[in-house]
Design a protein around this ligand. Structure first.
Ligand SMILES: [Zn+2]
Ligand SMILES: [Zn+2]
Length: 158
């Protein structure tokens, strides 16, 4: 197939008239690559949204199905897992995401597995201990913020 310069220019011009790219999943307005997100708490999925839709769901205390994902990243340099603590969480790999689901009123963990991300409930007592030892984690907002933990894996040692 032969494409002339003229055709290419026409395509570029027409793609400018009909905007493509990401759209708000609530109101279908065009949004840039940098945009905000809300969580659908019931199905636990992220939606890409425009600023006005985002602000609609931003109030922290609103009891809504959708919750705005904060534009913040927190670090916990003092985060500490005591000896054997990771093993007690029954996570078979060295990387995991933790978050609190407000509907279930429970902490959930996700970690990479052979069949994709694996979701499981945490052994409550073990995770309660981690929370008690790291009180800073209480700042984490339910549903919309996750704690990412990466621990060195012991490898193939006997
Ligand atoms: Zn919108
Ligand atoms: Zn997005």
């Amino acid at each position: 197939m032969k494409v002339t310069v003229g055709e290419v220019l026409t395509r570029i011009a027409s793609s400018r008239v009909v905007p493509t790219g990401p759209r708000c999943e609530m109101c279908a307005a065009g949004i840039g690559d940098e945009h905000q997100h809300v969580v659908d708490v019931q199905v636990r999925s992220l939606m890409c949204v425009c600023r006005p839709c985002y602000l609609l769901f931003a109030p922290v205390d609103a009891d809504l199905r959708y919750k705005a994902v904060p534009d913040r990243y927190l670090e916990f340099p003092d985060f500490d897992l005591g000896p054997g603590r990771w093993e007690s969480l029954e996570i078979p790999v060295g990387l995991a995401f933790f978050f609190r689901n407000s509907l279930l009123d429970k902490y959930i963990v996700f970690y990479p597995g052979p069949a994709g991300a694996t979701e499981s409930e945490l052994p409550i007592d073990s995770f309660e201990t981690v929370l008690e030892e790291n009180p800073g984690l209480a700042q984490m907002r339910a549903d919309v913020e996750a704690l990412i933990v990466s621990v060195p894996t012991s490898g193939q040692s006997p």
